[in-house]
Design a protein. Sequence first.
Length: 133
Amino acid sequence: MRSSDPAPKASRACRKSEPNNDIFSVLTLRPVVMIKPQCNLTQLIHRRVASRIRGRRLQVGMTQQQLARIIGVAFQQVHKYEHGLSRVSADRLYQIATALDSPVGYFFSAEDGLAPTEERIAEHSKYGTNDVV
């Protein structure tokens, strides 16, 4: 390469992003950042809580609309909670438990053997403790 030749242009991936004010730059798709998949245990717990919410609501004879009105969300959000499409925060779970007249622990209980046991949770613990009683 001679000194008089212009430097080669950097590939599109290597170039610094320059602000572009045309309409097409606003509409272009951006790459999606991949999120680490959840641990199977975490998925089991979320599914378990979701199914217990639905089961308890039906047991009490309440509709999704009624539960939604009590806890202050749209009925679509209750549907998402019950089908595991949205995670239930601790304070929201407390509201749901109060509305369904059940303790918060009910949603995590292993009465029918489907919920993760304490031993299984200890297996997946990041601290590696074996002090499960």
